[in-house]
Design a protein. Structure first.
Lengths: 480, 96, 479
């Protein structure tokens, strides 16, 4: 039975993003992923007696950047607080986080839905340190603890309960991931855990204004799983309520093996975190000067850049959107169009042959071997008619990427430059006409479609070098 | 403010401390006396004075984003009550 | 025969060849052995100290005397990190723990040529006023072995009192340096909060803790203070002001404006002899031309509750790291879940006083009680700070007794935590408001025990405080 008319769902999402700093939030241990266990740690990370924290300046700047990208109000006077609870992956027995003074307040993230663009309201963004990792499945008797991750800086981005479908949640996380990567504060890698998402889901009867009992769903390690988990929860909750039950407030975990959620064994009492201002750290007082510096260092955000591309370069929305999916792509495009004024061609090349090549070879625009000026060179040859698009994209482009040589050099070496010399063309065209008298006769009788066949023949005979446009007009003239 | 058994149990749990019955009686009564003692503050009326959160006037005390100061894996594990060559270990009590 | 009187005299003796660092270390090692019954030291670093003394003697022959604390024998309270050495906060929960780094103060001591002779006994996690809460057993007062030395830095105080080292570093959160200095008849300084780096000091209450100095005279305190103070990149709460350099010369005939709290001298718990001695000394000061005035301090009754709310709250959090997971004691008792595992480790490892304070601290931070206790106490603290600033606008220093009574008998107060807390009444004030305070051993009680006077100045004014202290010690014929 389809209950979507009877119920509506309200979702709030908490996204944790690991900040791409070199060192941890409160000490100098490295943050890079994949190191051997317990090699990025120090007495400070391990909470040894006598150790004290010291804030990483860059982490603060990154948090502010994300706040600015999400249209938040930056809380100029803010400070850290201790969140007290016991767990083996939490070395000090408290997490240094922010409670009453998150560094960013309010704000919104714009998502595209079937019904159009919508702003998802944020509640806050705050800074906190990550916990270590508990590994339960490598030793039969013990849980193994790796503190490499303990102390890595996180920003926690919390929405209001302002998402109303699994799809919206999907769009939201996609957009957040794009933003953090765009402004360079996080690599957004959900599989590695640098971007994590917890969902708070509740249902209520359509038209009801009060929020239903919410369930927290964790362990969502891909954007697709966020959507699947929420879809499952919605069905589960509806089925529960429809059969006369009540939704229990609980924490559930997503099981990726069958796309379901299951309840995590609940503690007997809700945690009382006993937050208090962290006495070992100074508070922040963010000056207008500092905030302006950060604002000025921000790149143009994707939404604005998209409009810029449409307006300045006359691109259509689809093409412009593709170019704005990732900052490195946009940066490359921006550089490319400084070397050519054929903006449409530039967009086509990037969204077409270049993207295809890169997908096949698993490359990214980040440190891409082919400099934009060189690509512009290739575009110019095509524009001038010295190369046709097909040869250029299938034969010249790969060699340019692999060898770093420029287009003209390669085309000359491989003898692929198109011939537009009328004598040579005439020779080929005449040759083909002579070879196919019957088809020529048919063409003259009215089968104009055969022109393609003749052009193709000329192409073969010229080994692709005949400029097809000139060949076509030459043929048309001769076969009048 | 009465420190009931229930309050006491809650505090002990939050603090991750356990007491024998005898210890519990002692500590509970000490705790009750301490709580009554601090209730003296009820007499003071200073709602207009903001709470002092930090002892220094310094703000924005921070450091550059540099990697330094880590210890080796073996140094780190040196004080661990239970470990193997790579990990700290705790008893496995996670129930699914 | 070596006889220590001051660092200055010791350095002269070294330069004159009257003694050597090696001879000095042997002397103290022997002293410590003889006085083992006092239980001041948990561990003596005999081999290390002799090796270091040898190096220093050689270096001095080659390059002359380098370092303000060249060859000075220093003891460290068992809460100060010394790399490669056991560190336990006198607690079973840290039995066998080895520190991986030096406290910043230790680095500074070593850079100026000090010799660290050993690790000194104290109350567990610096919680106590009698050194009866140690996993290693109580420390005895050298002036009367049936009496407590005070706490929590009892071992550090006795070590200086009984000539078992030249200076000790302790820690002071509510009086833990000044009160034992008072009970043991020596000088004990708690500097301004933020004067000395806390990096490498086991935290009890983060916004109250400061490392403090024990010595037999004010000049030695000044030298040590200069060496260990100053900015530290590892501590976000330490001041950037340069280390104080105390030159004891001052305008001859300088007259001080001194305040004392009226309510302090009228306090019902104050021993009559101490009251009388203080009042007499005030008269002496007045007669010498100083302006000594009584100042009202109606908030006196609230300072102990405020102190205990805030310090236990911070402590309950600071001690959460002691869980037997990454280091420290792990129980062998069976457990049903993780919570039990933690409870076993912590309950076996911590002593009773520590547990009491953790429970109280957890209570005041709990949802429902937070505003009534914790936030309220923070307001009172702010109020106290403001009032103190007003006092120092008018006065150079505040004087008071250090402790309401002289050193009491062992076990006399250990059954009553509240009574023990009330004895902190004169010392917690300086920690609450962050100002420096010193205890000077000016008096003698009819019980034969020493007792002192406390002097406090405003933030970062250790130099005027030490100058005034020297003056007072001279007036009492002690320097």
């Amino acid at each position: 039975m389809d209950y979507s008319e009877k119920y509506e769902v309200v979702i709030g999402l908490e996204v944790h993003a690991q900040l791409a700093t070199e060192s941890k939030l409160f000490c100098g241990d490295a943050t890079s992923f994949g190191a051997a266990p317990n090699t990025h740690i120090s007495p400070i990370t391990m909470g040894h007696p006598g150790t004290l924290p010291k804030t990483n300046k860059k982490a603060v700047a990154y948090a502010i950047k994300m706040g600015m990208a999400c249209n938040c109000e930056i809380e100029k006077e803010n400070y850290f607080a201790r969140k007290n609870y016991f767990y083996p992956d939490l070395p000090k027995g408290y997490q240094v986080s922010q409670h009453t003074t998150p560094i960013c307040k309010g704000g919104y993230v714009t998502i595209k839905t079937a019904a159009g663009a919508r702003n998802v309201q944020l509640n806050r963004i705050h800074l906190e340190e990550d916990a270590g990792k508990s590994i339960h499945d490598i030793n039969p008797d013990f849980t193994c603890l790796d503190y490499n991750r303990a102390g890595v800086p996180l920003i926690e981005i919390v929405t209001e309960p302002d998402l109303f479908s699994a799809d919206e949640a999907y769009q939201y996380v996609t957009e957040v991931r794009k933003l953090v990567r765009w402004i360079g504060v996080c690599d957004g890698n959900m599989e590695e855990g640098s971007l994590r998402c917890d969902a708070n889901v509740s249902i209520r009867l359509k038209g009801e204004t009060k929020l239903g009992t919410k369930v927290e769903v964790k362990n969502l390690n891909s954007i697709r799983n966020v959507k699947k988990a929420i879809e499952f929860e919605i069905q589960r909750m509806i089925a529960l309520v429809e059969s006369g039950g009540k939704v229990q407030q609980q924490t559930r975990s997503f099981d990726a093996s069958d796309d379901t959620t299951f309840a995590i064994r609940e503690k007997e009492e809700a945690n009382d975190y006993r937050y208090f201002a962290e006495p070992d750290l100074s508070p922040f007082s963010l000056s207008d000067e500092l905030l302006n510096d950060i604002k000025n260092s921000m790149p143009t955000l994707p939404a604005a850049l998209l409009q810029q591309y449409i307006a300045e370069y006359g691109l259509n929305e689809y093409d412009a959107t593709q170019l704005c999916l990732e900052k490195e792509t946009a940066d490359y495009f921006s550089s490319l169009v400084s070397h050519t004024s054929n903006y449409k061609a530039a967009a086509n090349w990037m969204n077409g042959p270049l993207r295809q090549y890169m997908n096949e070879h698993k490359l990214s625009f980040d440190s891409f071997a082919l400099a934009p000026e060189k690509l512009a060179g290739l575009l110019k040859l095509v524009e001038e008619g010295q190369l046709n698009f097909s040869i250029a994209s299938s034969r010249i482009l790969p060699v340019m990427i692999e060898t770093g040589k420029d287009a003209a050099t390669i085309a000359t070496e491989l003898n692929l430059l198109q011939v537009s010399d009328s004598n040579e063309l005439e020779t080929w065209v005449n040759g083909v006409i002579e070879k196919m008298p019957d088809k020529v006769a048919e063409y003259k009788k009215g089968k104009k479609g055969l022109i393609g066949l003749f052009v193709g023949e000329v192409k073969k005979v010229s080994k692709g070098k005949a400029d097809p446009k000139l060949v076509t007009s030459l043929l048309e003239e001769k076969l009048k | 403010m009465e420190i009931t058994d229930s309050v006491f149990e809650q505090l002990a749990n939050l603090s991750r401390l356990s007491f024998s019955e005898e210890e519990k009686q002692h500590i509970k009564s000490d705790l009750q006396r301490m709580v009554s003692f601090i209730e003296k503050l009820d007499e003071v009326d200073i709602a207009d004075v903001p709470p002092l959160l930090f002892m220094s006037n310094a703000v924005n005390v921070w450091r550059e984003d540099e990697v330094r100061g880590s210890v080796s894996n073996s140094e780190a594990l040196q004080n661990a009550p239970q470990h193997d060559e790579a990990f700290f270990q705790v008893p496995k009590v996670i129930k699914k | 025969m070596f006889r220590f009187s001051s660092i200055k005299d010791y350095h002269n003796a070294l330069l004159n060849g009257q003694t050597t660092c090696v001879e000095t270390v042997h002397y103290y090692v022997s002293q410590i052995k003889t006085a083992a019954h006092l239980n001041a030291y948990i561990e003596v670093f005999e081999q290390d100290a002799i090796a270091r003394a040898t190096e220093l003697d050689n270096a001095r022959k080659q390059n002359g005397m380098q370092g303000k604390l060249h060859g000075v024998v220093v003891g460290l309270k068992d809460v100060i990190c010394y790399k490669g050495k056991t560190l336990t906060a006198s607690s079973k929960i840290l039995a066998g723990f080895t520190s991986l780094f030096n406290a910043t103060v230790v680095d500074k001591l070593l850079a100026e040529g000090a010799i660290i002779i050993g690790r000194q006994n104290c109350d567990e996690f610096a919680m106590g006023s009698s050194n009866e809460n140690s996993a290693y057993g109580p420390v005895l007062n050298h002036a009367d072995n049936t009496r407590v030395p005070g706490g929590s830095s009892g071992g550090s105080a006795v070590a200086v009192q009984a000539d078992l080292c030249m200076i000790s570093l302790g820690s002071d959160t509510g009086g833990s340096v000044r009160q034992p200095a008072d009970f043991c008849g020596i000088v004990g300084l708690k500097p301004t909060y933020g004067r000395i780096s806390r990096y490498g000091l086991i935290a009890y209450a983060s916004s109250f803790d400061q490392i403090g100095i024990f010595a037999t005279n004010t000049e030695d305190v000044a030298i040590a203070l200069e060496v260990i103070s100053g900015a530290d990149e590892f501590d976000s709460t330490v001041s950037n002001q340069p280390a104080p350099v105390c030159d004891f010369t001052e305008e001859t005939g300088k007259k001080y404006k001194l305040a004392y709290f009226k309510e302090a001298l009228e306090h019902p718990g104050l021993d009559p002899e101490i009251k009388a001695a203080t009042e007499a000394f005030i008269k002496t000061l007045t007669a010498a031309g100083h302006d000594v005035q009584a100042v009202d301090f109606e908030l006196l009754d609230y300072i102990i509750p405020t102190y205990y709310i805030l310090t236990t709250a911070e402590a309950s959090s600071n001690l959460s790291r002691y869980d037997g997971v990454k280091y420290g004691h792990r129980s062998s008792k069976p457990y049903e879940d993780l919570a039990d595992f933690y409870k076993n480790n912590r309950s076996e490892g911590f002593g009773d006083e520590v547990k009491r304070r953790i429970m109280l601290g957890t209570f005041v931070l709990s949802a429902g009680y937070y505003d009534a206790y914790y936030t309220k106490a923070q307001r009172v603290r702010n109020m106290l700070r403001r009032k103190t600033q007003v006092v120092f606008n008018q006065f150079d220093a505040i004087i008071s007794p250090t402790v309401p009574s002289p050193a009491f008998k062992i076990s006399e107060k250990s059954n009553d935590p509240i009574e023990m807390y009330l004895a902190d009444i004169y010392t917690v004030f300086a920690n609450l408001v962050g100002i420096p305070g010193i205890s000077l051993p000016l008096f003698k009680h009819s019980t034969g025990m020493p007792f002192g006077m406390q002097v406090m100045t405003s933030e970062m004014n250790e130099v005027p405080l030490l100058r005034l202290s020297k003056r007072l010690m001279q007036m009492a014929g002690l320097e």
